[in-house]
Design a binder for this molecule. Structure first.
Ligand code: ASP
Length: 593
């Protein structure tokens, strides 16, 4: 080994011992007589000093060539820093190493940014020179955390008798949900593999094969337009169990959440985690992944609106739409007219709301607003009572369709929760949303689509509604929510062929189409499939939540940009024509498309 210690471990106990450290020059300061260098590795920083009389004039001379990010090896004696020079912010801040010998292991060209600089460079530059970015202590801490989380997950499932099984990356395209990434086959002319969107079908087949507890840290690929916290290539903790119902899967994950929160963050998460149905989540929070760290719940006022004089409210209620509101407690003094105008613009532009109606509650409890004159005193009092309004509250109303009111109030609540600092950003709130609808109606295509995937089992008590009222049919589906983010989702699967056939029919899949797409699963299910279900947890998302970060790219060593490109390697890139010839592929120029 080149070194005796890392740059993060020396302290007062090692004073007077001779040590050798290796690392990168994080910064250097020339003090006339000699040089102070902060030497960095992934464990920390140590101050190393090139000063007479400890350091010979030759070594001091050699040290003058040092620049940022040079890789060096130094040998010297550990010494307590002089009186008043200790740095309590640094783990090694009480000592320094007085250098006797130094070797430059490698030089560095001038870096476009340095890992130690406090102002973060633009993300494109960070991604292009990811090796420099990954030297930043924060990135290193996050990747260490990621490694710990994955280790805890693996330990937990092993303790619970799960078997880790790898499933193929080159598979068959089974389009459902997102778009597949395709891989042309050289050997099979005009045939393609698809990269897995998830190991869903394989893990179900493993259940048929009798591996009753399966787990895998799986790479998944979805060729979607990327949202802020999505990546085309991501990691799931994927698991499946046989002879279980929803409660069993949820209970298994409850244990994992408690273990990781405790062992990684020292946070006690009380179990069982709270559960809420999908319908309740939409009603109270306008979203299926509600942030339960704070209140400000949505209150339905459609009945009051239907009886009031204000034409806009009444019209919306009469048309069968909704008037719903939130009460931002104590927020009235903090939101000027200009800021409220910004909120209005936000709900209009981001959620297509027609507008935002608002009231400020005055000291005497009366409601003030440009629209206040449209309401009688009794009507205003009724709205105030419904929203438990008190002086200085800000009441925000959306009068629109159910969907728009959900989206806009969800957005407002999220924004105000952050702006008003209604939660501790270092808190971890975990819960479940259960009983999702089986189907969503696709207005454009005029057909039912599976809300999860076509193998999701309906609740037994809803079976009849598969035919009579599919929209009301609820699934044995559950999502794990952490701090308002979907941290995982899964379902109990259909293992009964008659129900499966009915679901395919509803989804507009003829038996031939179903056979063509996932015939291999349907066939396997005929050979004694046990009742089974499972879940997938988004590992990248878990790291982001456990690190209290808001950029998923900061949780992945080599992420893609929001335009699905890797700026460091230049992927995706063009390939040589011989490569295309071998695959019998021809590229159509963009202008001919
Ligand atoms: N395969 C599902 C997904 O990737 C998860 C599951 O149902 O287990 O979302």
């Amino acid at each position: 080994m080149f070194r005796t210690h890392t740059c993060g471990e020396l302290g007062i106990e090692q004073v007077d011992s001779e040590v050798t450290l290796c690392g990168w020059v994080d910064s250097y300061r020339d003090h006339g007589g000699g040089l102070f260098v902060d030497l960095r590795d992934r464990y920390g920083l140590t101050q190393v000093v090139f000063n007479p009389p400890n350091t010979s004039s030759e070594v001091i001379e050699a040290s003058k060539q040092l620049r940022n990010e040079f890789v060096i090896k130094v040998t010297g004696k550990v010494a307590a820093r002089p009186e008043g020079m200790a740095n309590p912010k640094l783990a090694t801040g009480e000592i320094e190493v007085r250098v006797v010998a130094m070797e430059v292991l490698n030089e560095s060209v001038t870096p476009p940014f340095t890992p130690g600089q406090t102002d973060l460079p633009g993300e494109d530059l960070r991604l292009k020179h990811r090796y420099l970015d990954l030297r930043r202590p924060q990135m290193q801490d996050t990747l260490v955390l990621r490694s710990q989380i994955i280790k805890k997950m693996r330990d937990y499932f092993e303790e619970n008798n799960f078997i880790d099984v790898e499933t193929p990356v080159l598979g068959r395209s089974t389009p459902e949900g997102a778009r597949d990434y395709l891989v042309p086959s050289r050997i099979h002319h005009s045939q393609f593999f698809a990269l897995p969107q998830s190991p869903q079908l394989y893990k179900q087949i493993l259940m048929v094969a009798g591996y009753d507890r399966y787990v895998q840290v799986a790479r998944c690929f979805r060729d979607e337009d990327l949202r802020a916290d999505r990546q085309p290539e991501f990691t799931q903790l994927d698991m499946e169990m046989s002879f279980v119902d929803s409660d069993d899967v949820i209970g298994m994950i409850d244990g994992l959440v408690a273990k990781t929160a405790k062992e990684i963050l020292g946070i006690d998460v009380p179990l069982p985690l709270p559960r809420m149905t999908y319908d309740e989540a939409m009603e109270r929070f306008g979203h299926d992944a509600p942030d339960l760290r704070f209140g400000m719940e949505i209150v339905d006022c459609t009945d009051l609106a239907g009886k009031c004089e204000f034409r806009v409210f009444r019209g919306v209620a009469d048309a069968g739409n909704k008037v719903r509101a939130i009460n931002a407690k104590g927020a009235a003094p903090k939101y000027s007219r200009r800021l409220i105008d910004e909120l209005t613009e936000y709900v209009q532009q981001d959620f297509g709301a027609k507008g935002l109606a608002w009231f400020k509650v005055e000291a005497d409890g009366k409601l003030a607003s440009p629209i206040a004159k449209n309401f009688s005193d009794e009507e205003k009092a009724a709205f105030a009572e419904r929203l438990a309004a008190e002086p200085n509250d800000l009441l925000l109303f959306i009068a629109d369709t159910w969907e728009v009111s959900c989206k806009a109030l969800y957005g407002l609540r999220k924004r105000l929760g952050a702006e008003l600092e209604l939660y501790d950003p270092k808190e971890l709130h975990c819960s479940w949303v259960v009983e999702f609808p089986m189907f969503d109606f696709d207005d454009e295509e005029k057909r039912w689509v599976a809300m999860h995937h076509p193998f999701t089992a309906p609740r037994p008590q809803d079976l009849e509604m598969l035919e009579s009222d599919p929209g009301k049919c609820r699934a044995q589906a559950y999502d794990l929510v952490i701090n308002g983010s979907e941290a995982g989702g899964g379902t109990i699967r259909i293992h009964d062929q008659a129900i499966q056939a009915k679901v395919f029919e509803l989804l507009g899949l003829t038996p031939e189409m179903a056979q063509e797409r996932f015939g291999f699963l349907l066939e396997a299910l005929q050979f004694g499939a046990p009742p089974h279900g499972g879940i997938a947890l988004g590992v990248d998302r878990w790291v982001m939540l456990f690190a209290f970060l808001d950029n998923i790219r900061d949780c992945i060593a080599f992420p893609k940009t929001q335009r699905a490109a890797d700026l460091m390697t230049g992927a995706p890139g063009a390939v040589d024509s011989p490569q295309l010839d071998e695959l019998s592929l021809r590229v159509v120029p963009l202008h001919e498309k």
